[in-house]
Design a protein around this ligand. Structure first.
Ligand SMILES: [Zn+2]
Length: 114
């Protein structure tokens, strides 16, 4: 029976996250974590060990993690988005951009949740 690849457990101490995806700490991942400062908090991690997906993102892929965090609030319902949009349009009335790109910028600047 071949050993299942990247099946955990997570090498972070006391990790209790219920995650089914694991990533191996490669040399590249190790260097990234050193460069972004995450290793100060997890100095015991070694190349070849595994991290759950959440810890991998928060330790190794901090850039991507932060980016995906800021993009996350897109998960508003249509009704919520419309009500936010309506508020923005109301506040911006008389100053409405008709160019679609400027329009989008105006909306996003006014309310980053949109
Ligand atoms: Zn973990």
């Amino acid at each position: 029976m071949p050993r299942k690849k990247n099946s955990g457990p997570c090498s972070v101490q006391n990790c209790s996250l219920q995650v089914s995806r694991f990533r191996q700490i490669t040399l590249l991942a190790y260097r990234k974590a050193q460069n972004n400062g995450s290793f100060k908090f997890y100095p015991y991690l070694k190349i070849g060990e595994q991290l759950c997906h959440i810890h991998y993102l928060s330790i190794v892929e901090t850039d991507r993690y932060q980016k995906s965090k800021t993009q996350e609030p897109k998960s508003y319902s249509f009704i919520e988005q419309v009500s936010m949009l309506t508020k923005v349009l109301y506040m911006q009335r008389g100053n409405i951009e008709l160019d679609p790109i400027h329009f989008q910028q105006m909306i996003v600047e006014s309310d980053s949740r949109l």
